[in-house]
Design a protein around this ligand. Structure first.
Ligand code: GCU
Length: 394
């Protein structure tokens, strides 16, 4: 009897914790104030692209580096590309398949990223390329195409005249608490001792940058038209990668949610506390101090989206994926607009989030909130393609 009683108390305590830990009620979101995007640390107003590029942009980049994702080291001693497999008649002759081993050396330590890519044979010039930071494994990117996965719908992308590429994040930083250090962090071990040292999300973006290093050498690819894509944790990495590496033309975040496209100060769905408790190795050490303390963050996620300006940013959401807070993602995009406006880009997003399945395409910005659950599907890909067609005037 006594045990039963204690058990009930324990269950009640756990459910109470869950209830207070996260909120799905719009009326309980509460008031929040976002950091000023166009005001320098010294309190000066930023009103030119010059001031943005010289002062405010580097400031914001550094704030994300120091407080959220950690650094992304740029130095290494050597990089080598080796095409390990090529098939010019893949997909019944419609595409060329290449598998490329990208090997990076620093201080006598090496790391190899295994890149997979298809390019459409019908296009006779270098093609724009979708690059997926893939945390769902190579099984979703079957080179034989016997196994087709909607997460990486190569046929659909090839048909539309684009290339599609991807690498498994496991090559760069395995996606778990203990093993994430057994990848590129072995090349940069000093990062592990720093409170703003590189963690898994930054490492994945570092890997994606090495892939662009390769694309710049491959005549099949138009390296000025790289579209970075990631879903969920991959979407967080895609945005941070796009902010870091200005060779990215469009950064796509699909349902990246907390610490991705969704505002951290908006108390809805996942929070900084939950994410830093459950998955601390995605972020630098310093991020933990903002658990239940978001108002002290010197940045919020609208500033991450703004770091893409004047390039393009696309945010995909799913209506049932409340954990990732679709509305918080839309507001972040909306709040990123002033930086695009500095460049004369008339984004003019509507104040209200567009209704379900209604895509919105503006110059340099796009958004959709599809029906259904957390996933990246051929429907989402169609929206990315619509946006890329419009942006590149394909
Ligand atoms: C967890 C995590 C999210 C993340 C998601 C994913 O749900 O809490 O932040 O986006 O995994 O990557 O699928």
């Amino acid at each position: 009897m006594k045990t039963n009683y204690l058990f009930t108390i324990a269950v009640l305590m756990i459910s109470f914790q869950t209830v207070v830990a996260q909120n799905y009620d719009e009326s309980k979101v509460g008031y929040y104030q976002l950091p000023q995007i166009l005001q320098t640390k010294n309190g000066e107003k930023v009103s030119t692209t010059e001031a943005w590029e010289k002062i405010r942009r580097p400031e914001i980049l550094k704030l994300f580096e120091d407080n959220v994702y950690g650094q992304v080291p740029k130095d290494f001693d050597d990089i080598k590309f080796k095409v390990t497999n090529q098939d010019k008649k893949a997909m019944n002759g419609k595409a060329t398949l290449k598998e490329v081993a990208i090997t990076v050396t620093r201080n006598q330590k090496t790391l190899t990223i295994n890149l997979l890519m298809f390019t459409p044979n019908k296009v006779k010039k270098p093609v724009p390329m979708f690059l997926v930071i893939n945390h769902r494994g190579v099984k979703t990117m079957d080179v034989t195409r016997m196994n087709k996965d909607g997460f990486w719908p190569a046929e659909q992308v090839i048909e539309a005249g684009y290339g599609i590429a991807g690498f498994d994040v496991i090559d760069v930083a395995p996606d778990n608490k203990t093993d994430f250090i057994k990848g590129v962090l072995q090349l940069y071990p000093e990062q592990l001792d720093m409170d703003n040292g590189m963690a898994a999300l930054g490492a994945w973006g570092w890997g994606a940058s090495r892939v662009i290093d390769y694309f710049e050498k491959d005549k099949l690819v138009d390296a000025k038209k790289i579209i970075s894509v990631g879903h969920s944790r991959g979407g967080k990495a895609s945005l941070w990668f796009g902010a870091q590496d200005q060779r990215v033309a469009i950064a796509v975040s699909n349902e990246s949610g907390n610490s991705g496209a969704a505002l951290s100060r908006r108390n809805f769905g996942e929070t900084v506390k939950i994410i830093t408790q459950n998955i601390p190795y995605w972020f630098c050490e310093n991020y933990k101090q903002y658990a239940d303390n978001e108002d002290k963050l010197p940045v919020d996620q609208h500033m991450l989206l703004a770091l893409m300006a004047p390039r393009a940013v696309y945010v995909g959401s799913a209506a049932e994926d409340l954990w990732a807070d679709p509305k918080g993602q839309y507001i972040a995009l909306f709040e990123a607009q002033p930086v695009f406006e500095l460049y004369g880009v008339e984004t003019k997003l509507p104040l209200e989030m567009p209704s379900i399945n209604k895509q919105i395409i503006r110059p340099h910005m796009g958004f959709h909130n599809r029906e259904g659950k957390h996933n990246m599907t051929p429907y989402d890909w169609q929206q990315f393609l619509n946006f890329a067609n419009e942006y590149f005037n394909q």
